[in-house]
Design a protein around this ligand. Structure first.
Ligand SMILES: [Zn+2]
Length: 470
């Protein structure tokens, strides 16, 4: 079957064996990316280093193409419809207290005029009652109070899966119990085609914005999402969802993904190595990442290109511009473009505050006019790709705040915007057999899901064709 002829405008969702009614979801891929950027940064800031994302919000903004997303798993038959009944049956008693901004448990106890000794005893239980130290505004606590001031029971829903219950025991004192609802990880599938139409609401996509952002992040090393995206570009992804009972808790990692850009197919497989480091690789084990970020600033505009015959703006004479300038606000973070060792760090005429990095044997990069260096960095230190090494400024010969950035191979200056960047390290030889087996299995799953989607699509499409003919 030639999938190019298939119109993905109609979307099909399915969760496991439950086949739901087709659902049309039109939404802007890039708007989703933009909105998703913020939520991703907040939700997932401790999971992966978002500094390593090789594109800026500008990149996400400028694409105008639109994606149609069909998520097989995003139909959520939730308990919402039943909750009034549930509430009526299990109507909780006790006194509800909503956590206010700036609140803590001792303020709440004081407000309710509760016994301060009870608070002390509850907190002395240690680890189990520790979550009570991190209350968030809007959360609810439920107090069961006896004799006006005595706490008999305290219930606190820590998050969607965990509930803490502290109860007074007969012989005095309290006991604490954390009940955990089981979280189930399920695989889900999403597929779509990028349209050349207008922005639409990102909220309408069946796909979580976090997942869309992750998808873009995986392929951003090969595809420039502001320049390269074509109408009818296609993506297919297999990803994880975490469920509590019949309710989706959150989206998890992308396990396998495919992006077809202008007819060129890119595929990526997630693999966690023996050290627990997760990465994305092609099905034959090459890294999806490059050894270097294309740009050391995320939110910078190129203000001066690499030019071997440029008239210097301050010196007013021909002087080669052996790097690229990024205009950016003073204080904008500057990232190391690759894993490196600091070979110089200090003040130099013209360059101002400047850092030079050595990446392996062949490559060096240079970052000039910095306002200041990142704290505690010293010559000889090792830095990781994406690590902040300093901040944009205008020290040295500079007309305004900007980063002057140079890229050298074997000491020879190259244009940082066009130089061919080598791939990061492939799958380790020791991991390869295991990786290949996993990659095969995941790609098989991805294609099975995709075939099911196409079959569903064809079945739905047939009656429409007939109607058209009649
Ligand atoms: Zn410059």
């Amino acid at each position: 079957m030639n999938y190019n002829t298939i119109d993905f405008a109609h979307n099909y969702k399915r969760r496991r064996f439950l086949i739901s009614k087709p659902w049309i979801l039109l939404s802007s891929f890039c708007a989703a990316l933009l909105i998703g950027y913020t939520s991703f940064a907040i939700v997932d800031h401790n999971e992966e280093d978002i500094n390593a994302i090789p594109f800026s919000s500008d990149t996400l903004l400028t694409g105008v193409q639109q994606a149609t997303i069909a998520s097989i798993s995003s139909t959520h038959p939730t308990l919402d419809n039943f909750s009034p009944t549930t509430v009526a049956i299990n109507k909780p008693s006790g006194q509800p207290v909503t956590v206010q901004p700036g609140d803590n448990l001792s303020l709440i106890f004081a407000r309710l005029n509760l016994n301060a000794n009870d608070l002390q005893e509850i907190m002395s239980l240690g680890t189990k009652t520790k979550p009570l130290l991190n209350l968030y505004p809007g959360q609810e606590l439920r107090f069961y109070i006896a004799n006006g001031r005595q706490v008999d029971k305290l219930v606190y829903q820590i998050n969607q899966s965990d509930t803490l219950t502290v109860s007074r025991v007969d012989h005095g004192g309290y006991q604490a119990l954390i009940a955990k609802k089981p979280v189930e990880t399920r695989n889900a599938f999403a597929s779509g085609v990028i349209r050349d139409s207008l922005f639409a609401s990102a909220q309408k996509t069946g796909l979580d914005t976090k997942v869309i952002l992750e998808l873009a992040e995986i392929f951003a090393w090969d595809i420039d999402f502001s320049l390269d995206i074509q109408p009818n570009d296609e993506f297919n992804i297999l990803y994880e969802e975490q469920w509590i009972g019949d309710k989706k808790f959150r989206s998890g990692n992308i396990l396998a993904a495919e992006f077809i850009n202008d007819g060129q197919k890119y595929q990526a497989i997630r693999y966690v190595d023996k050290d627990g480091t997760a990465g994305y690789y092609t099905p034959n084990g090459m890294s999806m990442r490059k050894a270097f970020l294309r740009s050391p600033v995320k939110f910078g505009r190129v203000s001066s290109h690499f030019n071997l015959a440029r008239k210097h703006p301050i010196l007013h004479r021909i002087r080669a511009h052996k790097g690229v300038d990024y205009a950016a606000a003073r204080g904008t973070p500057i990232r190391a473009v690759g894993d490196a060792k600091i070979i110089s760090l200090g003040k130099q005429n013209g360059y101002g505050n400047v850092i030079q990095l050595q990446h392996g044997e062949l490559y060096t990069t240079l970052y000039a006019h910095m306002d200041r260096f990142a704290q505690r960095l010293r010559k000889g230190d090792k830095v990781k790709q994406g690590q902040i090494i300093g901040y944009v400024g205008s020290t040295g010969l500079a007309t305004g705040p900007h980063l002057h950035y140079e890229f050298r191979i074997n000491g020879v200056h190259k244009n940082p915007l066009t130089v061919a960047l080598p791939r990061a390290l492939p799958i380790a030889a020791a991991d390869k057999p295991q990786f290949i087996a996993r990659a095969d299995e995941l790609m098989k799953q991805l294609y099975n899901y995709r075939r099911t989607t196409l079959v569903l699509h064809a079945e739905e499409e047939a009656p429409q064709e007939k109607r058209k003919g009649a």
